[in-house]
Design a protein around this ligand. Structure first.
Ligand SMILES: C[S@@+](CC[C@H](N)C(=O)[O-])C[C@H]1O[C@@H](n2cnc3c(N)ncnc32)[C@H](O)[C@@H]1O
Length: 314
């Protein structure tokens, strides 16, 4: 289940096999699997496939952490809820990008004074979405979780009121502008980034962030895209002093009508019709399957199946 972006398609089958086996081995030995991948591939940045493998291998860990430190998780989520709430209209929509196991999304929904009309979250890893679905049910919260790549979000322009992150841009160093362009495309009112802020970090923290290939210059990237940055600072509460979390709030519009998310093909941006088995584009014949109830909406999940949903004569 790979989301292969342009970088990853450059990997040959044998390289991919070695990467998978090597990263699984590193993880089993308790090592940092992404670090293993950077070394094995001779790169300073994180290949999208390596990010997916590393996070998929870790699936279940965030739920365990949320269970072991409920007070820390509550503080983290309350802080984010306070930052997104002012931008969320009554009857509006909220989405977490790179939601992992939805431990943050569940806590943010719990902390908001009014439930949004639609809550969504997506991650590049199916396994993490599966853990997230179970966690949301455990916390009696509702949100639509799906698999997608933040560089190609399967939603229409301006279709979600508030789009936020919680350390999901983090490993995508070097691709900051492409990420922000896509988040700004789907957001109607605001994009709220909760990410490590390299420029506000100590020299020691900067060194660590550079070593891990983390994002930089988020504020400058947003401004280069014409975004109005209305809040930019480190947060009061974060766990790792060497990975200092901050907010970059980019406002798009204050008075727009509440937005209703609508599905779009991540390859062609045509509308997708939803059924329990798949999301299909009547215009192109491209179909995105649903795996055990979780939609797979990365570009390379597309199947050309013009006959899908039509009677097929014997
Ligand atoms: C540090 S975790 C944070 C998870 C979650 N936001 C939270 O607060 O618990 C980063 C998450 O971002 C996801 N991610 C990284 N790059 C992504 C991409 N290109 N598209 C979608 N998700 C991505 C990872 O799979 C991982 O689950």
């Amino acid at each position: 289940m790979f989301s292969l972006d342009q970088q990853a398609t450059d990997l040959h089958a044998a390289e991919l096999r070695e990467l998978l086996a090597g990263m699984r081995g590193a993880f089993a030995r308790g090592e940092n699997a992404m670090e293993y991948a950077r070394r094995a591939l001779g790169r300073n940045d994180n290949l999208a496939a390596a990010t997916l493998i590393a996070y998929d291998l870790q699936s279940g860990a965030y739920v365990q952490h949320a269970r072991s430190d409920p007070e820390g998780k509550r503080r983290w989520c309350n802080q984010i809820a306070d930052l997104v709430e002012p931008h969320l209209p009554a009857g509006g929509s909220l989405m977490e990008v790179g939601c992992g196991e939805a431990t943050t999304l569940a806590g943010v929904l719990e902390a908001l004074p009014h439930r949004p009309a639609s809550a969504l979250g997506f991650d590049i890893s199916w396994s993490r979405c599966a853990h997230g679905r179970a966690w949301l049910a455990h916390k009696s919260q509702q949100a639509e979780l799906f698999v997608a790549d933040l560089f190609h979000i399967p939603l229409a322009d301006d279709s979600v009121d508030v789009v936020y992150t919680s350390h999901s841009l983090e490993p995508n160093g070097g691709r900051e502008q492409a990420a922000l362009r896509e988040l700004l495309r789907v957001a109607r009112r605001a994009v709220v980034l909760i990410e490590p802020i390299y420029e506000l970090a100590s020299p020691q923290a900067r060194e660590r962030m550079a070593h891990h290939g983390y994002v930089r210059e988020l504020k400058a990237s947003a401004q280069a895209l014409g975004g109005a940055v209305t809040d930019y600072r480190l947060l009061d509460f974060y766990v790792n002093l060497l990975n200092p979390s901050g907010v970059v709030c980019i406002e798009k519009s204050r008075d727009a009508e509440p937005a209703t998310p609508s599905w779009r093909c991540p390859l062609t941006h045509t509308a997708l019709m939803r059924s329990p088995q798949a999301l299909a584009s009547p215009d192109t014949g491209l179909v995105y399957p649903v795996l055990d109830g979780i939609a797979l909406l990365c570009r390379d999940h597309a199947v050309l199946a013009s006959a899908f949903g039509r009677p097929v004569a014997p």
